[in-house]
Design a protein around this ligand. Structure first.
Ligand SMILES: C[S@@+](CC[C@H](N)C(=O)[O-])C[C@H]1O[C@@H](n2cnc3c(N)ncnc32)[C@H](O)[C@@H]1O
Length: 248
């Protein structure tokens, strides 16, 4: 079972000091994954009731509220929630609110949301509890969209082990079996993987070659995953769409 107090303390400190920003440059390769995620979550948001699950300092909630959604963000970090609340107030976003809440035991009634979104949150949670909770609070016609790190690539796993101070002790990048488990709680599960060969593009980060190299390597990844489907589990990240909640 995850040590939730330790999770909250880790992220309270991170949101106060920005300690994880030292690896921020690695995230410069994620544009195409981000576009995929945004195309899914910003599709017709007006009038929708949206939950940002593990929202940290507010993440996509502000943009969703600007686009007319009614958004609630939850997180176990009081510092993250305070930051998000302050920013929403500063930006006059009345349709975005934030609460400290445990994602595995939410207080929302059943069938509350049209859309649940989350970035880098599932891999901090007990997945049985979390899939069940997301399925419970989604309306039957609703869907959930996540982007989450994967845990099968040996090189990425070595990097993670060499940088323990950037991670909580309970986080667990997802395995194939974790994605399979989602099928117990959702009749439709779609997984799109990103970043198998993208990392060498970082060499060109400060040059004009960077974007075309990232795009070419993302296309190469897509071709590899089409030709050898199991290779996608060696990717760094997955965009996961869960629909038709089974409500078990
Ligand atoms: C990697 S951060 C991602 C934050 C945000 N989604 C973003 O992209 O900036 C993971 C978040 O999960 C939150 N978290 C971890 N365990 C949680 C739990 N049991 N309930 C709610 N939030 C939790 C942490 O506090 C942290 O804000």
């Amino acid at each position: 079972m995850a040590d939730k107090l330790a999770e909250a303390r880790f992220f309270d400190e991170d949101y106060s000091t920005g300690k994880r920003l030292v690896v921020g440059h690695v995230y410069s390769i994620i544009q195409n994954r981000n576009d995929c995620y945004e195309n899914l979550i910003f599709k017709d948001p007006a009038g929708q009731r949206v939950l940002e699950y593990g929202c940290g300092t507010g993440s996509r909630s502000f943009e969703l509220a600007r686009r007319g959604a009614e958004v609630v963000g939850i997180d176990i970090s009081p510092v993250g929630v305070a930051r998000a609340t302050e920013r929403a107030a500063n930006e006059g976003l009345k349709k975005a609110s934030f609460e400290v809440m445990d994602a595995e035991n939410m207080t929302f009634p059943d069938d509350s949301f049209d859309l649940v979104i989350g970035e880098g949150i599932l891999h901090h949670l007990d997945l049985e509890k979390s899939y069940r909770e997301v399925s419970r609070v989604l309306k039957p016609t609703g869907r959930a969209v996540f982007q989450e790190p994967l845990g099968h690539n040996p090189a990425i796993e070595i990097f993670r082990r060499l940088t323990p101070s950037l991670r909580t002790k309970d986080e667990h990048p997802l395995h194939r079996s974790d994605l399979k488990m989602a099928e117990r709680y959702f009749a439709d599960v779609k997984v799109t993987c990103f970043h198998l060969t993208s990392f060498p593009a970082l060499v060109f980060r400060r040059t004009r070659l960077f974007r075309p190299t990232v795009d070419a390597l993302d296309r190469l990844d897509a071709a590899i995953f089409r030709l050898v489907p199991p290779a996608r589990y060696l990717a760094w990240y997955a965009v996961i769409v869960l629909a038709n909640p089974r409500k078990i």
